[in-house]
Design a protein around this ligand. Sequence first.
Ligand SMILES: [Zn+2]
Length: 182
Amino acid sequence: MALRKILLEGDSTLRKKSREVTKFDTRTQELIEDMFETMRQEDGLGLAAPQVGILKRVFVMEAMEDNEATAFINPIIIDENGEQTGAEGCLSLPGLFGIVSRPEEIRVRAQDPSGEEFEKTYTGLEARCVCHEIDHLNGILYRDKAEDGLHKLESEEEPSENGNGDASEEGKVEMKVADSDA
Ligand SMILES: [Zn+2]
């Protein structure tokens, strides 16, 4: 496994449409393992392949509720319900957040690393994350959807050395900028 470099906004790769995955080979599995490692290193909730320069329809997410790490290959949203409006951030746009409306609940169909198809329903923050990551696969950044432009996160507090560093994690994370499901 290896950490991959996360591309930042301005890199044209982030604006390209990713291709379907047709081979479920070791290269794909390696990519997914590297993406999990990179996401965890950055303390993110999700990460899409184009963010590490690979234009394949793959993203990973670590659901917060059950800590379930899931890789989604060729994902599509097959159903959505309701609406939520809240703060969103992105590892490719560090230090920023914006207010974005997303469905409150989505059902996603995708393939796992062995090519097996699965479906899953997500609500709240995880639904927001899935939408955000699928946007990445289509070259869309959340800046495009932010209602009132992007804002700077307040300067990060000094990282606490005795483990009470929750506040300082804001801004590093892909999605959990504010946790608010207003
Ligand atoms: Zn992102």
